[in-house]
Write a protein that binds this ligand. Structure first.
Ligand code: GDP
Ligand code: ZN
Length: 444
């Protein structure tokens, strides 16, 4: 593993900030029997729900609730874990937490429980990341695919690939070590056939991971259109409820609705370019600069026009500055123009208000995003995972061209394996771990 497990005691409120029915203080460390006994009167029976009073140093009751004690190694972190489930108020939870700190614990850093679980081999890195992704999931589909990664399906597919690579590497290294065995030996063992098979499976995993990344990251859409063409109405219609204020006064809404809008579970990040115009006002100029930044990173541009009019000069000016991304022209208000809902190439005719044609737009956006709504086997994946899978693919391609230089061939296979290993965290670098776990919420 990457570094030595730490052995101090950490504690945190594990439930969300604010008030709730119950709140949980979670403690993890090498030896919690004494700490547990000091708070709840006696060391709770392992893995049993123990009703108890949580007391301060003078014996005053701070709260009452359930104490759960998981001695190492059968716990989430692999260390002793104590969970104190009390009432979900910020002050009372703080009192219980402070009692634990008094008894030698320190406040856990974000993600520190998961980090310890990883360092103690309870989870691999991809699984640990999927905990954060499950908590942050913006749609049911995203939550389901994060769960699939958490149970280890994604990691298992990566390990299968690694195993196949190791098998092939052993074959090649054996040939290198015993030069009397020659290339014919590899040909008989079908080294190239094995490479083909690995590449095919890698492509499959990459496809599923890309789908998962889409669920995680969402689709960035730039909305271009004159005031009053129906941008807010379209967003509301896609969101399925009144998420933005629609008014008849031009220029009253410029808000992006972001996470409220999903298509097939894909979160849509919408950047409204309605406010993009030349200005002398510095604050407004800053906002405009930020909007252009979002435009730079967009996946798709939606150009909204009134079905009775068409594309004008101000839209053309924005289009001219767009990065080369797919663009759809949406002719809105067909109910007024008396046109039927339809789609033709990259143009859609619909009515945001009446709802006609919305499905056509949804389906086209999914196609542009590369989403295949199979729902099956989608793994929650991060950019980091995609980059590693792509790198592994490139290494395999290099290996192919290196043939018949066996030492180069073997080296590329080794690098491909290294890339795959980084996904599950084998041989992970410490700075990578810090980067990953620091983005968790406290108490995870
Ligand atoms: P925005 O300024 O581009 O965001 O436009 P809004 O969404 O605020 O809509 C401006 C006006 O057009 C509102 O009165 C909407 O009710 C109306 N509107 C939007 N879409 C349609 C549509 O498809 N048909 C009709 N008849 N009116 C629409
Ligand atoms: Zn609007």
């Amino acid at each position: 593993m990457a570094s030595q497990p730490q052995n101090d005691v950490i504690a945190a409120v594990a439930t969300a900030p604010g008030r709730g029915g119950i709140g949980v203080v979670r403690v993890s460390g090498p030896d919690l029997a004494a700490l547990a006994a000091a708070v709840v009167g006696k060391t709770p029976a392992p893995r049993h729900a123990t009703y108890a009073h949580f007391r301060d140093a003078t014996g005053t009751i701070l709260d009452e609730g359930i104490a759960l004690y998981f001695p190492a190694p059968h716990s989430f972190t692999g260390e002793d874990v104590l969970e104190l489930q009390g009432h979900g108020g910020p002050q009372v939870l703080q009192l219980v937490l402070e009692r634990c700190l008094e008894l030698g614990a320190r406040v856990a850093q974000p993600g520190e429980f998961s980090r310890r679980a990883f360092l103690n081999d309870k989870l691999d890195l991809a699984q640990a990341e999927s905990i954060a992704d499950l908590i942050d999931a913006q749609s049911r589909e995203a939550a389901r695919s994060a769960m699939r990664s958490l149970t280890g399906e994604f990691s298992a597919r990566i390990r299968e690939l690694v195993d196949a690579l190791i098998h092939l590497r052993m074959l090649v290294e054996a040939t290198l070590d015993f030069p009397e065995e020659d290339i014919d030996f590899l040909a008989r063992a079908d080294a190239f056939g094995q490479l083909d098979a690995i590449e095919g499976r890698l492509a499959g995993v990459l496809g599923q991971a890309r789908q998962g990344a889409l669920l995680r990251e969402g689709l960035s859409v730039v909305l271009i259109g004159q005031p009053n063409v129906g941008k807010s109405s379209l967003l509301n219609a896609l969101a399925g409820h009144e998420a933005a204020i629609v008014t008849e006064i031009a220029g009253t809404t410029r808000d992006a609705l972001r996470e409220a809008i999903q298509i097939d579970g894909i979160p849509l990040h919408v950047t409204d370019t309605a406010g993009l115009r030349e200005t002398a006002d510095t604050v407004e100029a800053l906002g405009i600069a930020r909007t252009w930044q979002a435009v730079e990173h967009a996946d798709v541009a939606l150009l909204l026009v009134d079905a009775g009019h068409g594309v004008g000069a101000s839209e053309a000016a924005i289009i001219a500055r767009l990065p080369p991304i797919p663009r759809l022209t949406v002719h809105n208000k067909i109910d007024l123009a008396g046109e039927p809902a339809r789609i033709s190439g990259d143009e859609v005719w619909l009515s945001a208000k009446a709802g006609a044609g919305l499905d056509l737009l949804r389906r086209r956006l999914c196609e542009l995003a590369g989403w295949q709504a199979t729902g099956e086997g989608v793994f929650m994946a991060r950019r980091r995972h995609l980059a590693a899978l792509v790198e592994a693919g490139e290494r395999l391609a290099h290996a192919r061209t290196a043939w018949p230089a066996l030492d180069l061939f073997a080296e590329e296979l080794r690098l491909a394996q290294l890339a795959l290993n980084s996904i599950t965290g084998e041989f992970g670098a410490d700075d990578l771990l810090g980067e990953i776990f620091s983005r968790f919420c406290i108490g995870k």
